[in-house]
Design a protein around this ligand. Structure first.
Ligand SMILES: Nc1nc2c(ncn2[C@@H]2O[C@H](COP(=O)(O)OP(=O)(O)OP(=O)(O)O)[C@@H](O)[C@H]2O)c(=O)[nH]1
Length: 332
Protein backbone atom coordinates (compact mmCIF):
# COMPACT_ATOMS: atom_id res chain seq x y z
CA UNK A 1 0.00 0.00 0.00
CA UNK A 2 1.29 3.47 -0.83
CA UNK A 3 2.45 5.83 1.90
CA UNK A 4 -0.35 8.28 1.10
CA UNK A 5 -3.03 5.59 1.34
CA UNK A 6 -1.69 4.34 4.65
CA UNK A 7 -1.68 7.86 6.05
CA UNK A 8 -5.21 8.47 4.85
CA UNK A 9 -6.34 5.21 6.49
CA UNK A 10 -4.73 6.17 9.78
CA UNK A 11 -6.38 9.58 9.74
CA UNK A 12 -9.85 8.22 9.02
CA UNK A 13 -9.53 5.96 12.05
CA UNK A 14 -9.16 9.02 14.26
CA UNK A 15 -11.87 11.34 15.52
CA UNK A 16 -13.36 13.42 12.76
CA UNK A 17 -13.58 16.50 14.96
CA UNK A 18 -9.81 16.52 15.47
CA UNK A 19 -9.21 16.18 11.73
CA UNK A 20 -11.62 19.07 11.10
CA UNK A 21 -9.94 21.25 13.71
CA UNK A 22 -6.57 20.78 12.04
CA UNK A 23 -8.08 21.36 8.60
CA UNK A 24 -9.85 24.55 9.68
CA UNK A 25 -6.94 25.80 11.75
CA UNK A 26 -4.48 25.32 8.93
CA UNK A 27 -6.66 26.67 6.15
CA UNK A 28 -4.60 29.87 5.75
CA UNK A 29 -1.36 27.93 5.43
CA UNK A 30 -2.99 25.47 3.07
CA UNK A 31 -4.36 28.28 0.91
CA UNK A 32 -0.95 29.81 0.51
CA UNK A 33 1.73 27.22 0.59
CA UNK A 34 0.05 23.96 -0.37
CA UNK A 35 -1.72 25.76 -3.19
CA UNK A 36 1.56 27.26 -4.34
CA UNK A 37 3.11 23.81 -4.41
CA UNK A 38 0.17 22.53 -6.43
CA UNK A 39 0.50 25.43 -8.81
CA UNK A 40 4.20 24.75 -9.15
CA UNK A 41 3.58 21.10 -9.89
CA UNK A 42 1.09 21.93 -12.59
CA UNK A 43 3.37 24.51 -14.21
CA UNK A 44 6.32 22.20 -14.35
CA UNK A 45 5.56 18.95 -16.03
CA UNK A 46 9.09 17.73 -15.55
CA UNK A 47 11.13 18.20 -12.44
CA UNK A 48 14.34 20.03 -13.17
CA UNK A 49 16.78 22.34 -11.38
CA UNK A 50 14.50 25.36 -11.87
CA UNK A 51 11.58 23.49 -10.40
CA UNK A 52 13.53 22.65 -7.26
CA UNK A 53 14.66 26.25 -6.92
CA UNK A 54 11.08 27.47 -7.03
CA UNK A 55 10.03 24.81 -4.56
CA UNK A 56 12.73 26.06 -2.19
CA UNK A 57 11.33 29.56 -2.48
CA UNK A 58 7.76 28.49 -1.70
CA UNK A 59 8.88 26.56 1.35
CA UNK A 60 11.08 29.37 2.66
CA UNK A 61 8.17 31.81 2.29
CA UNK A 62 6.06 29.49 4.45
CA UNK A 63 8.65 29.87 7.22
CA UNK A 64 9.82 26.28 7.04
CA UNK A 65 13.35 27.55 7.78
CA UNK A 66 16.20 27.98 5.32
CA UNK A 67 18.45 25.15 6.46
CA UNK A 68 15.52 22.78 6.75
CA UNK A 69 14.33 23.68 3.25
CA UNK A 70 17.77 23.16 1.74
CA UNK A 71 18.08 19.76 3.41
CA UNK A 72 14.57 18.76 2.43
CA UNK A 73 14.95 19.76 -1.21
CA UNK A 74 18.37 18.09 -1.46
CA UNK A 75 16.82 14.94 -0.10
CA UNK A 76 13.94 15.19 -2.55
CA UNK A 77 16.31 15.67 -5.46
CA UNK A 78 18.30 12.61 -4.51
CA UNK A 79 15.22 10.49 -3.97
CA UNK A 80 13.70 11.63 -7.26
CA UNK A 81 16.90 10.65 -9.01
CA UNK A 82 17.05 7.30 -7.25
CA UNK A 83 13.45 6.49 -8.10
CA UNK A 84 13.90 7.94 -11.59
CA UNK A 85 11.00 10.34 -11.07
CA UNK A 86 10.85 12.93 -13.82
CA UNK A 87 7.18 13.72 -13.89
CA UNK A 88 6.27 16.42 -11.36
CA UNK A 89 2.92 14.78 -10.47
CA UNK A 90 4.78 11.69 -9.33
CA UNK A 91 6.81 13.83 -6.97
CA UNK A 92 3.77 14.93 -4.91
CA UNK A 93 3.52 11.86 -2.68
CA UNK A 94 7.27 12.02 -2.13
CA UNK A 95 7.01 15.61 -0.89
CA UNK A 96 4.36 14.58 1.64
CA UNK A 97 6.40 11.58 2.74
CA UNK A 98 9.42 13.81 3.34
CA UNK A 99 7.36 16.22 5.42
CA UNK A 100 6.12 13.44 7.68
CA UNK A 101 9.64 12.02 7.93
CA UNK A 102 10.99 15.42 8.86
CA UNK A 103 8.56 15.84 11.71
CA UNK A 104 8.29 12.26 12.85
CA UNK A 105 11.16 12.05 15.38
CA UNK A 106 9.44 14.59 17.60
CA UNK A 107 6.45 12.28 18.00
CA UNK A 108 8.40 10.19 20.51
CA UNK A 109 8.44 12.79 23.25
CA UNK A 110 5.19 14.42 22.28
CA UNK A 111 3.19 13.49 25.37
CA UNK A 112 3.07 15.69 28.42
CA UNK A 113 4.88 14.22 31.41
CA UNK A 114 1.85 13.89 33.66
CA UNK A 115 2.24 11.97 36.91
CA UNK A 116 -0.19 9.28 37.84
CA UNK A 117 -1.43 9.67 41.41
CA UNK A 118 0.81 12.59 42.41
CA UNK A 119 1.00 16.30 41.74
CA UNK A 120 2.21 17.38 38.29
CA UNK A 121 3.65 20.89 38.01
CA UNK A 122 3.73 22.58 34.62
CA UNK A 123 5.50 25.90 34.16
CA UNK A 124 4.53 28.20 31.28
CA UNK A 125 7.07 30.65 29.91
CA UNK A 126 6.92 33.04 26.98
CA UNK A 127 6.77 36.73 26.15
CA UNK A 128 3.66 38.86 26.61
CA UNK A 129 0.84 38.50 24.17
CA UNK A 130 1.79 35.14 22.70
CA UNK A 131 -1.27 33.46 24.18
CA UNK A 132 0.18 32.13 27.43
CA UNK A 133 -2.83 32.87 29.61
CA UNK A 134 -5.21 31.59 26.97
CA UNK A 135 -3.19 28.39 26.66
CA UNK A 136 -3.22 27.85 30.43
CA UNK A 137 -7.00 28.27 30.39
CA UNK A 138 -7.40 25.83 27.52
CA UNK A 139 -5.09 23.29 29.13
CA UNK A 140 -6.94 23.60 32.45
CA UNK A 141 -10.13 22.82 30.56
CA UNK A 142 -8.50 19.85 28.83
CA UNK A 143 -7.27 18.31 32.09
CA UNK A 144 -10.67 18.87 33.69
CA UNK A 145 -12.30 17.04 30.81
CA UNK A 146 -9.96 14.15 31.61
CA UNK A 147 -11.35 14.13 35.16
CA UNK A 148 -8.31 15.74 36.77
CA UNK A 149 -8.28 18.32 39.55
CA UNK A 150 -6.54 21.46 38.33
CA UNK A 151 -5.20 24.58 40.03
CA UNK A 152 -3.63 27.71 38.50
CA UNK A 153 -0.81 29.86 39.91
CA UNK A 154 -0.79 33.53 38.89
CA UNK A 155 2.99 33.80 38.61
CA UNK A 156 2.92 36.72 36.18
CA UNK A 157 2.90 39.39 38.86
CA UNK A 158 4.76 41.82 36.61
CA UNK A 159 2.30 42.82 33.93
CA UNK A 160 -0.71 44.85 35.00
CA UNK A 161 -3.86 42.88 34.39
CA UNK A 162 -2.18 39.47 34.03
CA UNK A 163 -3.63 38.16 37.32
CA UNK A 164 -7.18 39.26 36.45
CA UNK A 165 -6.83 37.78 33.00
CA UNK A 166 -5.82 34.43 34.44
CA UNK A 167 -8.77 34.59 36.81
CA UNK A 168 -11.14 35.06 33.87
CA UNK A 169 -9.75 31.96 32.20
CA UNK A 170 -9.87 30.11 35.53
CA UNK A 171 -13.57 30.93 35.74
CA UNK A 172 -14.18 29.82 32.18
CA UNK A 173 -12.47 26.50 32.81
CA UNK A 174 -13.98 26.18 36.29
CA UNK A 175 -10.68 26.03 38.23
CA UNK A 176 -9.28 28.08 41.13
CA UNK A 177 -6.38 30.52 40.89
CA UNK A 178 -3.77 31.11 43.60
CA UNK A 179 -2.65 34.74 43.48
CA UNK A 180 -0.84 37.48 45.36
CA UNK A 181 -1.03 41.17 44.58
CA UNK A 182 0.60 42.65 41.49
CA UNK A 183 4.33 43.27 41.87
CA UNK A 184 4.84 40.50 44.43
CA UNK A 185 7.42 37.72 44.19
CA UNK A 186 6.31 35.11 41.63
CA UNK A 187 8.31 32.38 43.42
CA UNK A 188 6.22 33.03 46.55
CA UNK A 189 3.02 32.64 44.52
CA UNK A 190 4.23 29.33 43.13
CA UNK A 191 5.25 28.17 46.62
CA UNK A 192 1.79 28.96 47.98
CA UNK A 193 0.17 27.28 45.02
CA UNK A 194 2.13 24.06 45.67
CA UNK A 195 1.02 24.06 49.31
CA UNK A 196 -2.59 24.68 48.28
CA UNK A 197 -2.36 21.97 45.62
CA UNK A 198 -1.19 19.47 48.23
CA UNK A 199 -3.93 20.39 50.66
CA UNK A 200 -6.59 20.15 47.99
CA UNK A 201 -5.19 16.95 46.45
CA UNK A 202 -4.78 18.61 43.07
CA UNK A 203 -3.53 16.54 40.12
CA UNK A 204 -2.15 19.29 37.89
CA UNK A 205 -0.80 22.72 38.84
CA UNK A 206 -0.37 25.12 35.91
CA UNK A 207 1.94 28.07 36.67
CA UNK A 208 1.92 31.31 34.70
CA UNK A 209 5.12 33.39 34.62
CA UNK A 210 6.06 36.82 33.29
CA UNK A 211 8.03 36.67 30.08
CA UNK A 212 10.46 39.53 30.18
CA UNK A 213 12.60 38.70 27.23
CA UNK A 214 14.00 42.21 26.97
CA UNK A 215 16.05 41.48 30.03
CA UNK A 216 17.55 38.02 29.82
CA UNK A 217 19.40 38.27 33.14
CA UNK A 218 16.23 39.20 35.00
CA UNK A 219 14.29 36.52 33.25
CA UNK A 220 16.87 33.92 34.17
CA UNK A 221 17.01 35.05 37.77
CA UNK A 222 13.26 35.04 38.13
CA UNK A 223 12.83 31.64 36.52
CA UNK A 224 15.72 30.15 38.49
CA UNK A 225 14.16 31.29 41.71
CA UNK A 226 10.83 29.73 40.74
CA UNK A 227 12.68 26.52 39.85
CA UNK A 228 14.48 26.43 43.18
CA UNK A 229 11.24 26.85 45.09
CA UNK A 230 9.48 24.15 43.09
CA UNK A 231 12.38 21.70 43.33
CA UNK A 232 12.74 22.15 47.07
CA UNK A 233 9.15 20.99 47.38
CA UNK A 234 9.11 18.40 44.60
CA UNK A 235 12.62 17.41 43.42
CA UNK A 236 11.53 16.03 40.04
CA UNK A 237 9.36 19.07 39.23
CA UNK A 238 8.55 21.05 37.18
CA UNK A 239 7.47 18.06 35.13
CA UNK A 240 7.20 20.27 32.08
CA UNK A 241 8.46 23.73 31.18
CA UNK A 242 6.39 24.75 28.20
CA UNK A 243 7.41 27.67 26.05
CA UNK A 244 4.44 29.37 24.44
CA UNK A 245 5.16 30.84 21.01
CA UNK A 246 2.97 32.82 18.63
CA UNK A 247 3.04 31.23 15.17
CA UNK A 248 2.12 34.54 13.53
CA UNK A 249 5.48 36.02 14.54
CA UNK A 250 7.28 33.61 12.20
CA UNK A 251 11.06 33.62 12.47
CA UNK A 252 10.82 35.78 15.57
CA UNK A 253 9.27 32.81 17.37
CA UNK A 254 12.36 30.84 16.50
CA UNK A 255 14.70 33.37 18.07
CA UNK A 256 12.51 33.59 21.18
CA UNK A 257 12.75 29.83 21.51
CA UNK A 258 16.55 30.02 21.32
CA UNK A 259 16.75 32.69 24.01
CA UNK A 260 14.37 30.94 26.41
CA UNK A 261 16.10 27.65 25.86
CA UNK A 262 19.38 29.25 26.87
CA UNK A 263 17.83 30.99 29.88
CA UNK A 264 16.04 27.92 31.14
CA UNK A 265 15.59 24.38 29.89
CA UNK A 266 12.46 23.91 27.82
CA UNK A 267 10.76 20.53 27.61
CA UNK A 268 8.24 21.43 24.96
CA UNK A 269 6.59 24.14 22.92
CA UNK A 270 3.01 25.24 22.56
CA UNK A 271 2.57 27.00 19.25
CA UNK A 272 -0.46 29.28 19.37
CA UNK A 273 -2.42 31.06 16.66
CA UNK A 274 -1.53 28.57 13.97
CA UNK A 275 -4.97 29.39 12.59
CA UNK A 276 -3.94 33.03 12.19
CA UNK A 277 -1.00 32.51 9.89
CA UNK A 278 -0.34 31.44 6.34
CA UNK A 279 3.16 30.52 7.42
CA UNK A 280 2.36 27.35 9.34
CA UNK A 281 5.65 25.88 8.14
CA UNK A 282 7.15 27.40 11.29
CA UNK A 283 6.25 24.14 13.10
CA UNK A 284 8.77 22.35 10.91
CA UNK A 285 11.45 25.00 11.44
CA UNK A 286 11.08 24.81 15.21
CA UNK A 287 11.19 21.05 15.26
CA UNK A 288 14.16 20.83 12.94
CA UNK A 289 16.29 23.77 13.89
CA UNK A 290 15.83 23.52 17.65
CA UNK A 291 15.02 19.89 18.25
CA UNK A 292 12.41 20.87 20.83
CA UNK A 293 9.10 19.05 20.42
CA UNK A 294 6.01 21.08 19.58
CA UNK A 295 3.65 19.37 22.02
CA UNK A 296 0.48 21.38 21.52
CA UNK A 297 -0.88 23.77 18.94
CA UNK A 298 -3.49 26.51 19.26
CA UNK A 299 -5.93 26.32 16.38
CA UNK A 300 -8.43 28.96 17.50
CA UNK A 301 -9.63 31.06 20.41
CA UNK A 302 -12.15 28.68 21.97
CA UNK A 303 -11.54 26.55 25.07
CA UNK A 304 -11.26 23.34 23.09
CA UNK A 305 -9.06 24.76 20.33
CA UNK A 306 -5.85 23.52 21.90
CA UNK A 307 -4.79 20.23 20.35
CA UNK A 308 -1.88 17.85 20.86
CA UNK A 309 0.36 18.39 17.86
CA UNK A 310 -0.12 15.45 15.55
CA UNK A 311 2.33 15.23 12.65
CA UNK A 312 0.03 13.20 10.48
CA UNK A 313 -3.01 15.40 11.07
CA UNK A 314 -0.84 18.42 10.31
CA UNK A 315 0.43 17.06 7.01
CA UNK A 316 -2.98 15.69 6.09
CA UNK A 317 -4.58 19.07 6.76
CA UNK A 318 -1.97 20.85 4.63
CA UNK A 319 -2.30 18.54 1.67
CA UNK A 320 -5.90 17.44 2.09
CA UNK A 321 -6.77 18.36 -1.48
CA UNK A 322 -4.13 16.02 -2.75
CA UNK A 323 -5.54 13.21 -0.64
CA UNK A 324 -9.04 13.85 -2.00
CA UNK A 325 -7.67 14.02 -5.54
CA UNK A 326 -5.98 10.69 -5.25
CA UNK A 327 -9.16 9.10 -4.02
CA UNK A 328 -10.73 9.66 -7.42
CA UNK A 329 -7.88 7.83 -9.09
CA UNK A 330 -8.02 4.09 -9.69
CA UNK A 331 -6.67 1.91 -6.86
CA UNK A 332 -2.95 1.25 -6.91
N1 LIG B 1 -6.71 32.75 16.79
C1 LIG B 1 -6.11 32.40 17.91
N2 LIG B 1 -5.96 33.30 18.89
C2 LIG B 1 -5.34 32.92 20.03
C3 LIG B 1 -4.84 31.61 20.21
N3 LIG B 1 -4.25 31.56 21.43
C4 LIG B 1 -4.40 32.78 21.97
N4 LIG B 1 -5.05 33.61 21.14
C5 LIG B 1 -5.36 35.04 21.34
O1 LIG B 1 -4.17 35.77 21.54
C6 LIG B 1 -4.39 36.90 22.34
C7 LIG B 1 -3.32 36.98 23.43
O2 LIG B 1 -3.47 35.92 24.33
P1 LIG B 1 -3.11 36.02 25.86
O3 LIG B 1 -3.43 34.72 26.45
O4 LIG B 1 -3.71 37.23 26.43
O5 LIG B 1 -1.55 36.24 25.79
P2 LIG B 1 -0.51 36.09 26.96
O6 LIG B 1 0.70 35.48 26.42
O7 LIG B 1 -1.11 35.50 28.16
O8 LIG B 1 -0.22 37.55 27.26
P3 LIG B 1 0.39 38.03 28.59
O9 LIG B 1 -0.63 37.79 29.64
O10 LIG B 1 0.61 39.44 28.25
O11 LIG B 1 1.64 37.27 28.77
C8 LIG B 1 -5.81 36.75 22.86
O12 LIG B 1 -6.64 37.61 22.12
C9 LIG B 1 -6.16 35.30 22.56
O13 LIG B 1 -7.53 35.10 22.33
C10 LIG B 1 -4.99 30.66 19.12
O14 LIG B 1 -4.56 29.52 19.17
N5 LIG B 1 -5.63 31.12 18.01
Amino acid sequence: MSFIKKLKEKITQQTESVTNKFKEGLSKTRDSFADKINDLLSRYRKVDEEFFEELEEVLIQADVGVQTVLDLVDDLKMEAKRQKIEDSEALKPLIIEKFVELLQPSAENQELNVQDGSLTVILFVGVNGVGKTTTIGKMAHMFKQQGKKVLLAAGDTFRAGAIEQLEIWGERAGVDVIKHHAGSDPAAVVYDAIQAARKREIDVLLCDTAGRLQNKVNLMQELNKIYRVIQREIPEAPHETLLVLDATTGQNALSQAKTFNEATGISGIVLTKLDGTAKGGIVIAIRNELGIPVKYVGLGEKLDDLQPFDVEQYVYALFSELFEEREQQPAE
